[in-house]
Design a protein around this ligand. Sequence first.
Ligand code: AMP
Length: 284
Amino acid sequence: MKEAARQARSESRVIGLVPTMGALHAGHLSLIKRAKRECSPVIASIFVNPKQFGPNEDFSKYPRAFDSDSEKLQRAGVDALFAPEPREIYPDGYSTYVNVDGLSDRLEGSSRPGHFRGVTTVVMKLLQIVQPNFAYFGRKDAQQSRLVTQMARDLNLDTEIVVCPPVREPDGLALSSRNVYLNADERKAATVLYRALEAAKSELAAGVRDALQLQAVIQRTLGAERHARVDYAEIVDAESFEPIVRVSKPCYVLLAVFIGKTRLIDNLYLEPKSPDSEELVFHF
Ligand code: AMP
């Protein structure tokens, strides 16, 4: 992979990298489409990163679909697929980690200790191996894309991090490789995340700015779904990911909800239409 990337760099080509854990869906393919518009070659990686899974999480049962993934990537016009084995990425004696302090400890980081340290470490390694001009991430994982952007800035990386909007099913459910865990009842129930974000949007559109009031509406929507158990539902500043009291700056409504045994996350990004405007723009 390093040799191929070095070759592309020596020809002054613009390299795009799309890191994934495989079990590819239209969300992943949207990142590839965007990368194809801006880069050549486009390199996709598939690596189910053991270091970002907790001991009681789903590393061993995480969906793996290498053959159909590589077909999808070929059809999408990806120039190269990098799919290393865990032992190549973490050989015996591996001992270097990258951690973004503070930001890594909240929300997803607090629910999944060590998760983001695993994410930033593997992303740093992928960026070192490929040294792309652009790397593409999904805003569906809002905190992750924020962390990777922070890491690239803090460590003076030559890669620009591009954050792309989430792709959803027609009923609003954000596409995720983990959606395959849901049975038919749970699949129906899983729309409750989107419904809760919609409920928050309605309140905001009606002028509500108080975070507690918004949270109450979100909790009521989530609480009405018997398959749902809330991990967190927070309204946070889009830069710091610290909870806010009143919506006035760009922020996220962030949800992490168990549907049965499957933990799903989703978010709504919102920002004032212009710096002094009371009017908000919503990005699902
Ligand atoms: P994953 O394979 O789940 O690690 O995801 C790989 C990349 O795809 C990450 O940058 C994710 O944020 C992004 N991604 C996952 N789901 C979606 C989606 N529904 N829409 C857009 N991007 C997504």
